[in-house]
Design a protein around this ligand. Structure first.
Ligand code: GCW
Length: 708
């Protein structure tokens, strides 16, 4: 025992030496330093109950406390004494009854942590109304120990119902828009073998409150609904269930044709309806708590009800009616754009969905991307959020950084999520924030929720880089509470993922907080959109003209010509501003009131347009691109100073990635400015010149960047 304590003391002394692959994410449970230990003194653990969820809650507590305090507290029955930790629900731990706890406030999934007197002694309670609430409470407790924070009283309940990861994982193991290796779902070996990684995935998700997942790509194959795949999915569901995570499936609308050779997939056809009824019954027989379906229909070539002259509500309602008796929901995606060059792509979702408001069943929820276009580094919020009060609406964020530098660039998405959630839609006057719409409180929606397109893969560190893990983390935390601050979450994550030492936390959190703006500056400043390279979206491509559709070409979005640059979405243009409400509409309509970060999104302005800095538009564009590059150099400096606090593995990988980011920020700046200069026909100020001629950038091979 003494030897153990000695080893433990040594571990505490030697700060960041242990090599870390990043596999442990934010659940590292490293030894608590001496100065913080007293506040977590736990003499014994009273946590009876034997449900699978309570069992994993106690396991996690033991694992966490053994790691952080050197030993797990004993659980054999003891007389009351100071430092008792009581964990459970009123059902599992009747002793809670006497403690007068405000359990009503917690709802079905919330928890509380409270300092109480138990049998005349000081004790700490982690309690909830349900087993899953207890598990969330345990993770909150461990989070605080990891952060070295005092164990003050706390009450927390999720503000949204559905907190769901969408995996765009294909059945062959590839991941659409995935930058962290192959899929973690190995369909080949399922159901015979469920990797322990799936349990670690479940732990990580439960630790941040995620309660649902869709394992297959929205560009779905019908195979996922075959009996063989239902058996595989059941094995996954069984492994995730103790952690409170329900499984949903993406479905392909034409599955009845592809699997059972029906002649049609028309939602109003009785044979089609019967097919879905049988399929749904078959799924629930294997997976009684199956969550429901996620549908991408009539979008980017996917089949859907419109193929049969039916609308989205016809399709969604048909399957919703069949799912209802089983308690399932339909998450119907609103990501659609018309194949008509005369219609602004940004207008399409409102055009197609707003007329259907009030027609969807109450177990249908529309899943709306945060912006009207497509997960850009910055877009205004989707006007659809303000347009469908009678329909449940949920958010779809992209955690994987398809358009924000993919694996390597450091971009913490907390500020992006926060900016969208705080945006005022003016749906019912000022204060109608997107957060209040998707948490259901504004319009009393039956279903509330947030989906995040996962950035998870088989890489050792799960997300391709250590800092990408923060985006998974912040998604979960903001799904739980859409009003949480991005900075608070970054601070939590940093303290758990690296160290609670303020000398490290302060500069690293600052760096994270400005990182997304930095990416905006060197990629798409001032409201530019979709000027990424064709199809893979890595690197610049403002010249991209490949493809059969106008709205797949970059010039459609930036509209640079000799008179100026930007997309006129005001009343004189596509009238997209007209889809907004109140002060948002007024601001977007008027170039002098539009926030400058959306300038070129809503307006086509001349190269000499005077921006708020006093510079001309052309010079401001250059200044922003420059600033983006300089700020990456600043991030490199901040990180270099953190070497003493971080293990070699994670330090070096991050440093190398920042060097790649710097090189590619220069590429973005030079390629875009070389391209736009041919329209602006204005000189570069201050002796700046892109290093290479435009043709060099245009011919860049895939996955290469300019030689420095
Ligand atoms: O952003 C685009 C992506 C596609 C994706 C699509 C969607 C799954 O480039 O890869 O397809 O959005 O959200 O459906």
């Amino acid at each position: 025992m003494r030897l153990l304590s000695f080893v433990f003391a040594l571990l505490c002394l030697g700060a960041p030496v242990r090599a870390e692959s990043g596999y442990d994410l934010w659940l590292r449970y490293t030894p608590v330093e001496a100065q913080y230990r007293a506040q977590y003194a736990t003499t014994w653990l009273l946590a009876p109950g034997d449900s699978p969820t309570l069992r994993v809650a106690v396991q996690e507590l033991n694992r966490g406390l053994a790691g952080m305090l050197g030993s797990a507290p004993p659980t054999e029955n003891r007389a009351a004494m100071d430092g008792t930790l009581l964990v459970g629900t009123p059902a599992s731990l009747p002793a809670l009854d006497r403690l007068n706890l405000p359990l009503k406030e917690l709802g079905a999934q919330g928890y509380l942590i409270r300092n109480v007197t138990y049998g005349g002694h000081k004790a700490l309670v982690i309690a909830a109304n349900s087993d899953i609430g207890v598990l969330y409470g345990v993770f909150a407790y461990l989070r605080r120990v990891q952060m070295r924070q005092p164990m003050t009283d706390l009450v927390s309940a999720p503000k949204t119902q559905l907190r769901i990861l969408n995996h765009w994982d294909n059945l062959d193991g590839t991941v659409e828009r995935g930058y962290a290796g192959q899929s973690i779902f190995n369909w080949h070996v399922l159901p015979g073998y469920v990797s322990p990684r799936i349990t670690d995935y479940a732990r990580a998700n439960a630790s941040i409150g995620i309660n649902g997942m869709v394992p297959n790509n929205v560009n779905a194959r019908a195979d996922s609904l075959s009996p063989e795949y239902i058996e595989k999915t059941k094995a996954l569901a069984d492994a995730l269930r103790p952690y409170g995570i329900r499984v949903y499936l993406s479905v392909r609308w034409s599955a009845p044709i592809e699997i059972s050779h029906l002649k049609t997939a028309d939602p109003l056809d009785p044979a089609v309806k019967a097919w879905w009824a049988a399929k749904i019954a078959e799924i629930y027989k294997s997976i009684p708590d199956f969550g429901g379906f996620l549908v991408k229909a009539n979008s980017e070539g996917q089949p859907g009800p419109q193929d049969y002259h039916r609308n989205h509500a016809d399709g969604a309602n048909m399957i919703a009616d069949l799912l209802r008796p089983h308690g399932g929901v339909v998450m119907w995606r609103a990501f659609v754009y018309a194949n008509d060059p005369k219609i602004d792509r940004a207008n399409t979702a409102v055009n197609e969905f707003a007329p259907l408001d009030g027609q969807f069943r109450d177990n249908v929820v529309l899943q709306i991307k945060n912006g009207p276009l497509d997960f850009q580094p910055r877009e205004p919020f989707s006007p659809l959020f303000a347009t469908m009060p009678k329909t449940s609406l949920m958010m779809e964020f992209q955690i994987t950084k398809e358009y924000l530098g993919q694996q390597t660039h450091l971009a913490y998405l907390g500020p992006l999520f926060e900016e969208v959630l705080k945006s005022d839609t003016y749906e019912h006057g000022p204060g109608s924030t997107v957060a209040k719409i998707i948490d259901g409180s504004m319009d009393h929606h039956a279903i509330s929720g947030m989906a995040g397109v996962a950035n998870i893969g088989n890489d050792a560190d799960w997300s391709g880089s250590v800092f990408n893990q923060a985006n998974w983390y912040v998604f979960g935390r903001m799904a739980w509470d859409p009003e949480m601050s991005a900075r608070a979450v970054a601070t939590e994550w940093t303290r758990q993922t690296f160290t609670a030492d303020p000398a490290f936390v302060a500069p690293v959190v600052d760096m994270m907080m400005s990182s997304r703006e930095t990416v905006v500056n060197y990629m798409t400043p001032l409201g530019l959109e979709l000027i990424m390279a064709h199809s893979h979206h890595m690197g610049p491509g403002p010249w991209d003209m490949i493809g059969p559709r106008e709205d797949w070409k970059a010039p459609y979005y930036h509209r640079a010509d000799e008179t100026g640059i930007g997309f006129d979405r005001t009343i004189t243009g596509s009238d997209n501003a007209g889809q907004y409400k109140g002060a948002a509409k007024a601001a977007f309509e008027d170039v002098t009131k539009t926030p400058e970060e959306y300038l070129l999104y809503f307006h086509h302005v001349s190269w000499d347009y005077k921006t708020r800095s006093g510079r001309t538009l052309w010079n401001e564009l250059i200044a922003r691109y420059q600033r983006g590059v300089e700020d990456v150099a600043g991030m490199q400096q901040v990180w270099a100073a953190q070497k003493p606090y971080v293990d070699v593995e994670r330090f070096d990988k991050t440093a190398s990635f920042l060097a790649i980011q710097h090189r590619e920020a220069i590429w973005w700046r030079d390629a875009c400015l070389a391209y736009f200069a041919q329209f602006s026909k204005r000189p570069f100020p201050g002796g700046y010149q892109p290093k290479y001629p435009l043709e060099y950038y245009e011919k860049m091979p895939m996955f290469a960047s300019p030689q420095p």
